[in-house]
Ligand binder design. Structure first.
Ligand SMILES: Cc1cc2nc3c(=O)[nH]c(=O)nc-3n(C[C@H](O)[C@@H](O)[C@H](O)COP(=O)(O)OP(=O)(O)OC[C@H]3O[C@@H](n4cnc5c(N)ncnc54)[C@H](O)[C@@H]3O)c2cc1C
Length: 467
């Protein structure tokens, strides 16, 4: 087992920035990430694309290209980077080092660390519309992941359905690349933009983000792509694969033929690791999801376990960069790192920068409110894709007396498949809250247990140091 001062899970904006700051302070750092290269979600495969597919940078956009600079600083920082390492367990004994257990190259490895930074980012909110399991239906984020890692688009024409900045960004990327978008089904409810207005003055602090957002909206509205507004009741239809999409909009019911339907209803923190460590979480009303409770330096309720970036609440890439730096500086302070002449001043500067980045969030949350219909589902919509559990099944478990997700799990096996509840956790909480007339906070979340990612017997048997 290897020991380090600081272990970081995630080489996205938060993890890379934290690693650079911690190395500058003189700490030993190991960064693990299941991806083959650094960059995280926003800057996925940035170095590879810059080298091998420079033509794609034009439509991936300037925010994407920006990632190369931090990726280069990270590579030169002296932090150990273990790409292709999937963390499936973390432990935090009360009086000692944390342990990170991961699968890498067919074996299991363990890292002991004085402090642990979880920078594992966000995931897309599951959008369980009828038919979302049909081939041809995927999420906007998944399509963008394929684009960044392989330079491929789903089969056109595309139908984009949902709401939020990532959907607008991907639409702009498709248009710039000349990919045909059949239509956009905008699920933003009526009056959402107006409800954002009171947040505008504060949001002006983040004027660059506002300008970017305006540019994306304009690109789409001037593109000639048909936009259906206030869309509800989306259904993906087809026998073996997606053929048509049915929905309601302000114009009435409609049905469109399409090759690909891309869904998106915002992103939420990936809760698996902080839940595994039994960190305190609270329900975020504006973003309709749980987030870990964090101190102003990013520490969770578990001592020396920190969270930075979208895993602690959605703030975007630049907020993740600042939060990563704050957490690393705090760890350096706590562990008496050698190069800390101006620690507090640096933290104050990074916190000011973080505050400015987050200023735009309340406006975005009001303009793109998370969907409420998910908690109201009660039919044959598949909620848990691993175990094929439907919304009606979850309600039946509630009627039989299951008060929360863990009891529903015992009835249904929802949350016991390969994704360990990552895909269904939030939806199950929302449906149970609706069924019992309770707040999601009272209903709670799955009790997450290791392994949080599938691990093979061979990997387990090849634990370093195991007999
Ligand atoms: C699918 C998707 C696409 C997005 N695309 C954009 C975009 O184009 N533009 C934009 O502005 N924002 C985008 N976002 C929002 C995005 O999350 C950014 O705000 C930013 O990347 C957050 O940085 P981060 O460092 O917090 O996390 P991330 O960038 O998400 O990095 C987290 C890293 O942790 C790793 N990780 C997670 N769990 C484990 C584990 N168990 N073991 C090992 N490694 C693990 C992941 O592989 C990932 O590399 C996207 C979000 C999603 C979910």
């Amino acid at each position: 087992m290897i020991r380090t001062d600081l272990a970081i899970i995630g080489a996205g904006p938060a993890g890379m920035s934290a690693a650079v700051a911690a190395r500058e302070a003189g700490l030993d750092v190991i960064v693990v990430d299941e991806q083959p290269a650094a960059g995280g979600q926003i800057w996925r495969a940035i170095e590879r694309n810059a080298r091998l597919r420079p033509g794609n940078l034009a439509f991936l956009g300037e925010d994407y290209v920006k990632g190369a600079e931090l990726a280069a600083r990270f590579a030169a920082s002296g932090a150990q980077h273990w790409p292709g390492s999937t963390v499936w367990h973390v432990e935090s004994p009360e009086d000692g080092d944390k342990t990170v257990t991961l699968a890498w190259d067919g074996a299991t490895r363990q890292v002991r660390c004085g402090a642990l930074l979880i920078a594992s980012g966000a995931m897309e909110r599951p959008v369980p519309v009828p038919g979302w399991t049909l081939p041809g239906v995927m999420t906007v984020g998944a399509a963008q992941t394929v684009l960044k890692s392989s330079g491929l688009f789903p089969e056109a024409p595309l139908l984009l359905a949902g709401s939020g900045p990532l959907l607008l960004l991907f639409a702009a990327q498709c248009l710039a690349a000349g990919i045909e978008i059949a239509a956009v089904l905008d699920t933003t409810p009526a009056g959402a933009r107006l409800r954002g207005l009171p947040h505008l003055p504060k949001a002006l602090l983040g004027w660059r983000t506002l300008l970017k957002g305006r540019r994306l909206m304009r690109t789409l509205s001037r593109s000639g792509v048909r936009i259906y507004r206030e869309v509800t009741k989306i259904e993906a239809l087809g026998a073996e694969h997606l053929e048509r999409v049915r929905f309601q909009s302000v114009g009435g019911p409609a049905e469109l033929e399409t090759a690909s339907l891309l869904l998106h209803e915002g992103v939420v923190p990936n809760p698996q690791l902080t839940r595994l460590l039994r960190c305190e979480h609270r329900w975020d009303r504006a973003q309709r999801c749980f987030r870990p409770e964090l101190s102003d330096r990013g520490e969770t309720s578990v001592e020396n376990v920190f969270v930075a970036g979208d895993g602690g609440g959605i703030g975007g890439a630049m907020a993740a960069v600042h939060a990563g730096r704050i957490a690393a500086l705090e760890v350096a302070e706590r562990f008496g790192a050698v190069n800390r002449p101006n620690g507090d001043v640096e933290i104050v500067k990074a916190r000011d920068a973080l505050r400015a980045e987050l200023a735009v969030r309340p406006l975005l949350d009001a303009m793109f409110p998370p969907p409420r219909w998910i908690g109201e589902l009660d039919g044959g919509e598949v909620i848990c894709r691993c175990e094929e559990v439907t919304a009606a099944d979850v309600r039946k478990a509630a009627a039989l007396g299951a008060p929360g997700p863990n009891q529903a799990k015992a009835f249904l096996r929802a949350g016991m498949g390969p994704c360990q509840g990552r895909m269904c956790g939030l939806t199950v909480t929302e449906i149970l809250a609706d069924a019992h007339g309770k707040h999601p906070e009272e209903i709670g979340y799955y009790r997450i247990r290791p392994p949080i990612k599938p691990v093979t017997l061979g990997e387990l048997a090849a634990l370093d140091g195991a007999d």
